[in-house]
Design a binder for this molecule. Structure first.
Ligand code: BEZ
Length: 233
């Protein structure tokens, strides 16, 4: 079975979750969603990730983004694990977790990799309000995910879509163009000649512009706020 790729529509499926059955991607139509898989319940790195996702849940919601977890464990295991997290770490897990003990969903999404044929890798699918997959990330068992980067990605996609621009490395703190954004590459000789007249350019193929000040300010403040250390909260 071909695994879904960036630009594909998220495969239609009904999944069993800790919040009941959910139809994907329709249940999140009009919203962004992040589907993230983890290798197994009751494992240390996964536990730290669930706490991290839960602590940033409100920040994701501010970006019109829902979260949904997934592993090859049963619903009972997910419920018991999330109870343990609440009782021992004081953190409620507010989003649904898909139970996929027979690996059907994992198979469809291409989450069983060489490193472990029986447990899902740490994958992240970022899906837009039209149900189109915009990003796919894979992490190994030994490295937990970074919430700041996931929030930056969703915010970045939203700015990119709104203004038809691309975003530089480390946006909004890029080493060369700061919080500015990149104008899509010129595709004709005429456009290439016009570029430096319309935008700030290092050359016709590397031009940039600002987004409205409120937008840049809002993105910077949002990302600065969510990037504040959250230890001990
Ligand atoms: C962990 O989350 O800690 C973990 C998961 C799978 C294999 C090893 C560690």
């Amino acid at each position: 079975m071909a695994m879904p790729l960036i630009g594909d529509k998220f495969p239609e499926m009904e999944v069993v979750t800790t919040h009941g059955k959910i139809k994907l991607p329709d249940a999140f139509a009009g919203k962004w969603f992040i589907l993230f898989s983890h290798p197994a319940d009751f494992t240390p790195v996964c536990t730290t990730e669930f706490v991290a996702f839960a602590k940033r849940y409100e920040d994701f919601k501010k970006l019109n983004t829902e979260l949904i977890g997934l592993s090859v464990d049963s619903t009972w295991s997910h419920i018991k694990w999330t109870e343990w997290i609440k009782e021992n770490l004081g953190v409620e897990i507010p989003f649904p977790i898909i139970a996929d003990p027979r690996g059907f969903v994992a198979e469809k999404l291409g989450l069983l990799h060489t490193a472990s044929a029986t447990h899902t890798v740490r994958a992240v699918f970022i899906v837009d309000p039209n149900g189109v997959i915009r990003a796919i990330l894979y992490y190994p068992a030994e490295l937990g995910r970074n919430m700041d980067e996931l929030l930056r990605m969703v915010k970045g996609f939203q700015v990119s879509d709104k203004y038809g621009v691309a975003l530089p490395a480390n946006w909004p703190n890029n080493e060369i163009i700061g919080e500015n954004v990149i104008v899509p590459p010129a595709s004709t000789v005429e456009e290439a000649a016009e570029r430096p007249k319309k935008y700030k350019c290092f050359d016709w193929w590397l031009c940039y512009k600002s987004v409205p000040e409120e937008e840049a300010e809002e993105a910077r403040k949002f990302l600065e706020r969510v990037a504040k250390p959250k230890s001990g909260q």
